[in-house]
Design a protein around this ligand. Structure first.
Ligand code: PHB
Length: 403
């Protein structure tokens, strides 16, 4: 078949599909080691920068952003949180990360992580092509894979590379390039979703509040002194427009209500979205010259705040093996990627689905299920071993030591 012509051909060692945090962090880490990349994304920079996602970074991830020279904004503008509050049975139960496992987390939105990474790429002269169309990833079973796309000015570009990385998020098309009879997709759907809001109000609590009630789950998170992020469990097919501000606040207040009289500080709702989620892993994470990283290879429900952290861990490992591969070791170096990434991925899959089941009610739950769940919550919050388990999982697993 004759190939369509291209206007420009660029050659780089690594082409990256997806300019979210995983793709940009990978490009940053490779760039620091002198390896050029071209990163492409169908979304515009503005679209990515304004799509609200997660808000919690592991301390190790925050430290990596600073120490690898992305930016120190996370420690200047982010907030260190030394614990979370679990609320159930109408009472608060603090999980003190610092005291239990000597770790903390940073409240720093994914949109800010993206902005820091995109700015760092620009500062360091890296190429990131936003708003592209018609992406084709070709020849991944050879040692000369290519990415072809149409740029926002209408010109056709071909990027020739030695390796291609698919970091194109939870709706990845790169992962479909692993042949159907050679891939396995593990997954689980949940019979509920999250209704997420941004509200203009001061914080209602010093730390994040994960609340379970017989009416379902709610999460009280934060963004700034004047803007707060909150979520409540809703039906999987919930419609945003069916929710007035009054109805939203009434629902949230009922989910956090308790004997201590705790109430959320209300304010105008600035944004509303329904977030559907699932647990998902595709194996293998490598096919020929293609590797998958972040949400393209795995997604987790947001309950355990693992998704972004996991994606950034993937690319840390991937940068290491790609540098070894390009440094003379060749493809065998890539064999290390999946086993090293996958251990953390399955731990995070387990934790995220465990924490989701622990805190949500499911349609059809019986009174036994509700009572049993309170027993489990009591085991978690009421024993040191339980609190420690949660703290260790939530704050992440230090790279290179325990995993
Ligand atoms: C958020 O702030 O958006 C956030 C925080 C913790 C989670 C999920 C989302 O577990």
């Amino acid at each position: 078949m004759a190939e369509a012509t291209v206007d420009t051909v660029t050659s780089v060692p690594v082409a990256v599909v997806g300019a979210g945090p995983a793709g940009l962090m990978l490009a940053h880490l490779l760039g620091r080691a002198g390896v050029d990349t071209v990163v492409v994304d169908t979304r515009t920079r503005q679209e990515i920068a304004t799509t609200h996602r997660a808000g919690i970074l592991e301390a190790d991830v925050a430290r990596d952003l600073v120490e690898t020279g992305v930016s120190d904004r996370v420690v200047r503008e982010g907030r260190e949180h030394e614990g979370i509050e679990l609320r159930f049975g109408g009472r608060p139960h603090r999980i003190d990360f610092k005291e239990l496992v000597g770790a903390s987390t940073w409240l720093y939105p994914q949109t800010d992580v993206f902005t820091d990474l995109a700015d760092a790429r620009e500062r360091d002269g890296g190429t990131v092509l936003f708003g592209i169309e018609d992406t084709e990833v070709l020849d991944i079973t050879t040692d000369a894979p290519r990415v072809r796309c149409t740029l926002s000015d209408g010109s056709r570009r071909e990027i020739r590379a030695r390796y291609v990385v698919g970091a194109d998020g939870s709706r990845s098309t790169c992962r479909d390039l692993v042949p159907e009879d050679r891939r396995v997709r593990y997954g689980k759907e949940y019979p509920f979703a999250w209704f997420g809001i941004m509200a203009e109000a001061p914080a209602s609590a010093p730390e994040l509040v994960y609340a379970h009630s017989e009416h379902g789950f709610a999460l009280i998170s934060q963004r700034t002194d004047t803007v707060q992020r909150m979520y409540f469990q809703c039906a999987a097919d919930e419609l945003v427009d069916a929710w007035s501000d009054d109805r939203i606040w009434e629902t949230l207040q009922a989910r956090v209500a308790g004997q201590d009289g705790f109430r959320l500080t209300e304010g105008p709702v600035l944004e509303k979205t329904v977030l559907r989620f699932r647990s998902f892993v595709q194996e293998p994470m490598r096919w020929g010259s293609l590797t998958l990283a972040g949400d393209a290879a795995h997604t987790v429900p947001p309950t355990g705040a693992r998704g972004l952290n996991l994606a950034l861990h993937d690319v840390k490992v991937l940068a290491d093996v790609l540098l070894r591969a390009l440094g003379g070791e060749g493809d065998t170096a890539l064999d290390d990627y999946q086993p090293r990434a996958l251990q953390r991925i399955w731990r995070a899959q387990n934790f995220s689905s465990w924490m989701t089941r622990l805190l949500h009610t499911a349609p059809g739950d019986t009174s036994f299920d509700l009572r049993r769940r309170l027993g489990e919550l009591d085991n978690v919050a009421g024993t040191r071993a339980g609190r420690r388990y949660l703290a260790e999982q939530y704050t992440g697993w230090p790279t290179g030591t325990r995993a």
